[in-house]
Design a protein around this ligand. Structure first.
Ligand SMILES: [Zn+2]
Length: 204
């Protein structure tokens, strides 16, 4: 993705932040007394990221964001469950009040939640009901493909939500699917035009 192909400025910031992270730069300045006063009274995040609960995946670190730049909603399977009132409230607030430019579904390699979709009957009921309750499926011939397809399934669920569809049409809300590789730090992005996953370049 080069500068001219970013769908909006928020996506440019995410990709440039990722390159910052990939090159091993230290995290950008987080919340501190000097910074606090500037952001205390308002927030203007450019993106909402829906990420897995997995402790090895930290969106603020991967995209090297400053405070106030992204809203993050995390759960097992980076899942969009329209019965989950916490998820739906966060989505609606992000889209209609904060007017985010992007909603990113961020999957990751080695996702145990996706692997567990094959064996829901072996899990405690609370975990099985979350993972399978909205109809998530292990879809694909390989583990990696199943993880990617889960991201695409969540994007499709987002597109079915009326206020999101409206924001896509009227305000150019952009939906993105991404996959973070824990073992290499690489990031792939789903190219909706070409209908394929492409590696995010780590150089401009
Ligand atoms: Zn996971």
């Amino acid at each position: 993705m080069n500068k001219s192909s970013y769908p909006n400025d928020g996506m440019r910031q995410l990709i440039e932040g990722y390159r910052h992270f990939f090159k091993g730069n230290p995290p950008r300045k987080g919340f501190c007394a000097l910074h606090a006063e500037q952001i205390a009274h308002t927030q203007n995040p450019h993106s909402m990221v829906i990420s897995c609960f997995d402790s090895r995946v930290c969106p603020e670190a991967i995209f090297a964001t400053n405070d106030g730049h992204i809203c993050v909603h995390r759960n097992m399977l980076n899942q969009v469950d329209t019965k989950d009132t916490s998820m739906m409230a966060s989505l609606r607030f992000a889209v209609e009040s904060l007017k985010v430019q992007n909603i990113v579904v961020l999957g990751h390699s080695n996702c145990n939640a996706v692997a567990k979709l094959k064996h829901l009957e072996e899990l405690p009921s609370q975990i099985a009901s979350w993972l399978g309750g909205a109809g998530a499926q292990y879809r694909g011939d390989t583990y990696e493909l199943a993880i990617k397809n889960n991201v695409l399934d969540q994007l499709e669920r987002l597109r079915q939500i009326d206020f999101i569809r409206r924001a896509m049409q009227e305000e150019n809300l952009n939906l993105e699917g991404m996959l973070f590789y824990i073992d290499s730090g690489r990031l792939e992005r789903f190219d909706a035009n070409g209908q394929r996953w492409t590696l995010v370049e780590t150089e401009e």
